[in-house]
Design a protein around this ligand. Structure first.
Ligand SMILES: CC(=O)SCCNC(=O)CCNC(=O)[C@H](O)C(C)(C)COP(=O)(O)OP(=O)(O)OC[C@H]1O[C@@H](n2cnc3c(N)ncnc32)[C@H](O)[C@@H]1OP(=O)(O)O
Length: 539
């Protein structure tokens, strides 16, 4: 484990990976602490009314064993995909751990997804089981017929609509279920991620992905665990940010995590939660931090004395918000960088003196990260190039699900190509520059234009649509759509609002175009491809 050291060089010098041959995430995040300290708090679930329900490590172990045993009784087992569509709660960890203990593959799905996004992911992954709640069931209702592989749906809100009751199912499971023995390199987790072209791709990870996150987690959160540590993030536990930057490494170290029902991010409520629960470590994406800046004199209004560190990732933080946090919160933000395919490979941290305004830090010990030119040679100091990560690396994904060509394109030799541009300064700090392609970064979400364009194209009024990222001071970029309407549909604000609602409900609430511009036509190449660059320049 990465221990606090006086300097970054000492951190690097003292580091070596220790990845056992046999390793199972489910056993790691539940059973280890359940044996050592069964009554230790693991998840603190805040109810909508503000009450707190605590789940202990023993509780996680028993519940995940029961669920694994019950699913096994229904024929779900090694290699099967088990989807998890639930808001932050102990149940998310239980469902994940049950999947890992079965040797199955957990497939986290975000609560903001609408039926179109869910259908695509569940079908592409060939999910056999889904653990969800009443809200998830409502989204599933219209799409289940098109999901022939999905034979077990379990709802925390009781049986009905083709779902089994979670409580009844788990009650029949064996709390002494014997977890399947897995190797560190066996598939465990698949997170869909948007690409520049085409629909989202399932990035398949091995059990070792959690061990690979530990050094980056230690750096960005300023070296937990310390007595009394308590973690929280508003990020959905379905994203790499919530799951791998916060929940799993924290549980590995026996640090409890706060689970909060999904709500719109409200800066005052966030600071109130940090104060009331005595949260010591938060992971807040840069957009959330920029939203916090609307609160004047936060330390006068809220008691934030227990808050030791804020980590951040998913988009560039920028020097202004970095300086604001130092001034107004008295904290040096632990900014980090990674992609779903290969997460948490760069990080900043106060304790080792690795923090610089405008920089996303330095390579986390154990990871080889380079800034390369298109010809594969290393860029000079301050020369922009592509962030590339060398394999093997425990955080490196195994492959894209059923997409061997896309997997191959992601690598050049042993370098994984992130597509992100950055420069490295003379002291080795990496500064994010941006992207050259069509991928959109908005509120720390990576958004590919294709899925949105496809969704827009299925609206009755839309003849043609192109989607770009438009620079935005709060969210880094917003999704903007240029739309050519079919004859008979005159442009209007009402129609724009209707199209926005259509994408929000059908595809996903975080992917809807916050701006729509109606056009007579769109700039095209002679071969009929939309020239998005021209649209980006128009903004
Ligand atoms: C390796 C890595 O990738 S690390 C980073 C991974 N990325 C992430 O974890 C994503 C992080 N981002 C977030 O968690 C959020 O965007 C935040 C906290 C920064 C800001 O949250 P918010 O502004 O409340 O909402 P968010 O951006 O998620 O939502 C977009 C839309 O979803 C909808 N929405 C959000 N929350 C809710 C809710 N509880 N109920 C219904 N709709 C909701 C809204 O329609 C919202 O659009 P609007 O602003 O026009 O109303």
């Amino acid at each position: 484990m990465l221990q606090a050291a006086s300097t970054y060089d000492a951190l690097v010098a003292g580091f070596a990976w220790s990845i056992p041959k046999r390793y199972n995430i489910g056993v790691d995040i539940c059973d280890r602490w359940a044996t050592r300290d069964p009554g230790r708090a693991a998840i603190l679930e805040v109810s909508a009314e503000g009450g707190i329900a605590t789940t202990t490590f023993a509780g996680l172990r028993d519940a995940s064993n029961r669920l694994a045993s019950a699913l096994s009784g229904r024929g779900v087992g090694t290699g099967d995909r088990i989807a998890v569509l639930l808001p932050q709660s102990a149940a998310v960890v239980i469902a994940h751990a049950a999947a890992y203990k079965l040797g199955a593959i957990a497939l986290p799905l975000a609560g903001l997804f609408g039926p179109d996004a869910l259908r695509y992911r569940l079908r592409d992954a060939g999910a056999r089981a889904l653990i969800t709640d009443g809200s998830g069931l409502r989204k599933l209702a219209g799409i289940r017929a098109g999901l022939p592989d999905l034979d077990t749906v379990v709802s925390l809100d009781g049986a009905g609509e083709g779902a089994l009751d979670y409580a009844a199912l788990a009650a029949g499971g064996d709390p002494a279920f014997e977890p399947v023995v897995t190797e560190a390199d066996d598939p465990a987790l698949m997170i869909y991620t948007s690409g520049t072209t085409g629909p989202a791709k399932g990035a398949l990870h091995a059990h070792r992905v959690l061990l690979g996150h530990l050094p980056g987690w230690a750096m960005m959160h300023d070296f937990p665990p310390r007595p009394g540590d308590l973690m929280w993030t508003p990020s959905d536990w379905a994203w790499a940010g919530g799951l791998l930057n916060v929940v799993m490494p924290s549980l590995h170290h026996g640090v409890p995590v706060v689970a909060q029902p999904h709500a719109r991010f409200a800066p005052e409520a966030a600071l109130g939660l940090i104060q009331d629960l005595g949260i010591t470590n938060a992971f807040l994406p840069p957009t959330a931090l920029r939203m916090l800046r609307s609160v004047a004199k936060p330390r006068e209004r809220f008691d934030l004395t227990r808050l030791r560190n804020i980590a951040s990732a998913g988009e560039a933080l920028g020097p202004e918000t970095f300086a604001w946090a130092e001034r107004e919160l008295g904290l040096t933000i632990g900014e980090a960088y990674g992609q779903t395919e290969c997460n948490l490979v760069l990080a900043a941290c106060r304790e080792a003196g690795v923090a610089r305004p405008g920089s996303t830090g330095r390579p986390v010990p154990g990871h080889r990260v380079a800034i390369l030119r298109p010809d594969g040679s290393e860029a000079d100091i301050d020369e922009p190039g592509e962030i590339c990560v060398a394999r093997p690396d425990p955080v490196m994904f195994l492959r894209y699900w059923n997409q061997p060509e896309a997997t191959e394109r992601k690598f050049s030799g042993d370098w994984m190509l992130t597509g992100d541009q950055a420069r490295r300064d003379a002291d080795g700090y990496v500064h994010f520059v941006g992207r050259e392609d069509d991928l959109i970064t908005s509120a720390a979400y990576r958004i590919g234009p294709t899925e949105i364009e496809d969704c827009l194209g299925s609206h009755l009024a839309v003849a043609l649509a192109a989607v770009i990222g438009k620079p935005d001071a709060l969210r880094t970029q917003i999704v903007k759509a240029f739309v050519v309407l079919r004859p008979g549909f005159p442009p209007s604000e009402a129609l724009a609002a209707e199209i926005q609602a259509f994408v929000r409900e059908r595809l996903s609430a975080h992917e809807y175009p916050r701006e729509i511009a109606f056009r007579e036509n769109l700039p095209m190449t002679t071969t009929g491809k939309i020239i998005r660059r021209q649209l980006r320049d128009e903004g």
